[in-house]
Design a binder for this molecule. Structure first.
Ligand code: ASP
Length: 706
């Protein structure tokens, strides 16, 4: 058989009837009809039915065909025939034809499968469940089989189409794709770096790029003017759903441009990319300042597919007699609410009071929630008697109330608590009441972000990254209050409540860049050591420039409407940032560490992550991923001895006495004097803002330990 003559299974049509063809692929499914064997042969293009009939094929071919099993890789030669009327299978591309085989080569056999690859029933009307219910861990372990499934194949092909569209479009606009290094120095984007030890320079490390930020700016200094890259980026962040330790960004930078240039470029590109998924995204994309987004939705990535915008009613209650509101307003607080229009039949008093006010809203970080239902021209609730008629009339007008509406209000001394809790409530209600229309895509640009955020230590940190241009340059880098008022020339592209990407106009003046570093608390030495090479480039006529990056895994996943980004990545890590296929990350041999000069880093630290785990302190260090310094070893040994004794004691006493629940007041035994700090963000509710699920004031996480 000559592969050069091979044709694709899924491309055969009624026009090929009578032709002799050569096909190659995998046995998707088979059915034995007493001497007549039907096989679904699948290749990347689709499925065709092939028939082994003793009337056409030799006895030898028929005999070998009888031993075919699922996922055997085979090549066949045969003639295309029209199927008999009534035997067509509309589930496959080649519904009206089949191939009568005369030649068969088994190219490779297959073991029994860990899960079904086939998803097409062989008999018209029969539907195979395929691998839809298979545990994801197993799918990832046998990803190569998973990729044989048409849904995964289609996702990867569509991803390729979207990437092609990006390349063609940007090329047509004069952008040049340039690769930047993967082994590099740290690029700050707010996450931890993945480090790669250098053998040639013992005890020195490369960092994998969190983004190509510094290099793309250097390309602008280098006069490339318009750059893009489908770049792999690496961020060592805590586990979060729909995040991957390595991900693909469409990274863009251009010189002599302003925000409008990038908005136009990205809108055009977004519309083109989404069209590949048959999604029409409306243009122009609306814009919203960060302040407006927080004020009206409590989020800097607002979901605009539904209403439920916040209404501020702080002034309505300025002179209220209702003690709770009065006290909150006296403490400089605010009151905001949502009108859930016409939903009072779905939000009973019981649901509002016992579910929302007592359970759900406190889990969002607010102390409570006030509710009112509009019935018979009146507002009713458990506290309506505390409000005067004027207040109620004003409230009705402010919320534009009609019968059947439900008002939900949150009051708190902290603006952040009100907006964060009401924002989560907004999403909760939209989901519960089915207010989010299917197949609706609502983009929005978020602009005018704060340049800095406050740190716990009383300083500031960049909201995006330190290369973002501020809205004005005449600030005092030591005046934290002033710094926190600065806005940035940054913008995020948000779609349906998800941030697809973001960027900014950059600083191109060396003095301003230095001033920002100073504001961030970097010393002259820090600046020189970390960014000296970068600042030096700005001594040589850096052009004004700006850009942005789009998260491509997330974008493709949204276009293809997959339940997770892992469905659009060929070989993703699982939810615990591990690869079930290759077993990465894994421990390494002591010799490898020695070769890299990592066994005696300063001589004082037991390195977590080595394969050597005999010593119990090393083992503890390895298990906990916490380095133990040489001077801490004796203390850790003593604590281990003590806990060993306690364990023995507990063992001896078992069966005689009540079990011991707690043996000592809780304290950090190995690091005496280290107090646990409580973040002020916890009190404001910000800390739990992006929690996927909450229970009380706890963050629920996926189970990652066996
Ligand atoms: N480097 C930024 C990021 O990765 C994007 C940009 O500012 O262009 O988020």
């Amino acid at each position: 058989m000559r592969f050069s003559q091979r044709v694709f299974c899924g491309r055969l049509t009624a026009n090929d009837v009578g032709q002799k063809v050569l096909l190659a692929g995998w046995v998707d499914a088979f059915r034995d009809h007493g001497g007549l064997l039907f096989v679904h042969l699948r290749d990347r293009s689709g499925i065709v039915q092939i028939v082994f009939s003793p009337e056409v094929a030799s006895a030898d071919v028929c005999q070998r065909a009888a031993s075919l099993r699922s996922e055997y890789c085979i090549a066949v030669g045969g003639a295309v025939r029209a199927r008999l009327p009534g035997t067509e299978n509309p589930h496959i591309e080649t519904s009206g034809i089949e191939v009568f085989v005369t030649e068969l080569t088994v190219l490779a056999e297959s073991d029994a499968l860990p899960f079904a690859v086939s998803s097409k029933g062989m008999v018209a009307g029969a539907v195979s469940s395929g691998a839809d219910n298979v545990a994801e861990e197993l799918r990832l372990q046998y990803r190569y089989l998973d990729i044989r499934r048409p849904s995964m194949r289609d996702n990867l092909v569509a991803r390729h189409r979207i990437f092609q569209c990006v390349r063609e479009f940007l090329d047509s606009r004069g952008f040049v794709e340039v690769e930047t290094p993967v082994l590099t120095a740290s690029t700050p984007e707010g996450a931890r770096d993945y480090l790669v030890p250098s053998r040639v320079h013992p005890k020195s490390f490369y960092a994998l790029p969190q983004s190509p930020q510094l290099f793309k700016q250097l390309l602008m200094v280098g006069g490339m003017e318009r750059y893009f890259q489908l770049a792999r980026c690496f961020r060592d962040e805590d586990l979060r759903p729909n995040r991957q330790p390595e991900f693909t960004q469409l990274d863009i930078e251009a010189s002599f441009i302003d925000e409008e240039f990038l908005y136009e470029l990205l809108e055009e590109l977004t519309v083109k990319m989404f069209a590949i998924g048959n999604i029409a995204v409306p243009r122009p994309f609306p814009r919203m300042t960060y302040a407006e987004a927080m004020d009206t939705t409590g989020s800097d990535r607002p979901d605009l597919r539904f209403g439920l915008r916040f209404v501020d009613v702080t002034d309505v209650f300025a002179r209220t007699n209702y003690a709770i509101f009065r006290q909150i307003l006296q403490r400089g607080g605010c009151i905001k609410g949502i009108n859930v229009k016409g939903q009072s039949d779905k939000l009973s008093k019981n649901v509002l009071q016992n579910e929302y006010a007592k359970e759900i809203v406190p889990s969002f970080g607010a102390k409570g929630m006030t509710w009112m239902r509009a019935e018979g021209g009146k507002l009713e609730s458990n506290i309506v008697q505390f409000f005067g008629p004027e207040e109620l009339a004003l409230l009705r007008r402010r919320f534009d109330v009609a019968d059947g509406d439900v008002l939900l209000m949150i009051a708190d001394p902290s603006y952040a608590v009100v907006t964060s809790a009401l924002g989560q409530l907004r999403l909760h209600l939209a989901n519960r009441l089915g207010l989010i229309p299917a197949d609706s895509f609502r983009p929005v640009w978020i602009t005018e972000f704060p340049l800095f955020e406050a740190t716990e230590e009383g300083g500031v940190t960049s909201s995006h990254h330190p290369f973002t241009a501020p809205d004005r340059t005449d600030f005092d880098p030591k005046n934290v209050e002033e710094l926190l008022k600065l806005r940035s020339r940054a913008y995020d592209l948000v779609m349906n409540g998800e941030e697809l990407g973001g960027g900014s106009i950059r600083i191109n003046k060396r003095d301003l860049q230095r001033k920002i570093f100073t504001a961030l608390g970097l010393t002259e030495e820090d600046i020189k050591a970390r960014f000296g090479f970068f600042l030096r480039a700005f001594d040589f006529g850096a052009p004004p420039h700006g850009g942005l990056a789009l998260g491509m895994d997330r974008t493709v996943s949204m276009i293809l409407q997959t339940p997770s980004i892992r469905e659009v990545i060929a070989f993703p890590k699982n939810r615990s940032a591990a690869c079930p296929l290759t077993g990465a990350p894994s421990t390494v041999k002591r010799e490898q560490l020695a070769e890299l000069g990592l066994l005696d880093l300063g001589g004082s630290v037991v390195l977590p992550g080595t394969a050597e785990k005999q010593d119990r302190v090393d083992r503890l260090s390895w298990l906990s991923r916490i380095g133990v310094a040489a001077e801490e070893r004796a203390l850790v040994e003593a604590v281990l001895d003590e806990s060993g004794q306690l364990a023995r004691l507990a063992g001896e006493r078992a069966g005689q006495e009540q079990p011991v629940y707690s043996v000592a007041p809780v304290a950090n035994r190995t690091r005496p004097g280290t107090e646990a700090k409580r973040s002020p963000l916890a009190a404001s509710g910000q800390l739990l803002k992006s929690a996927p699920a909450l229970k009380g004031s706890y963050y629920k996480v996926v189970s990652i330990l066996d």
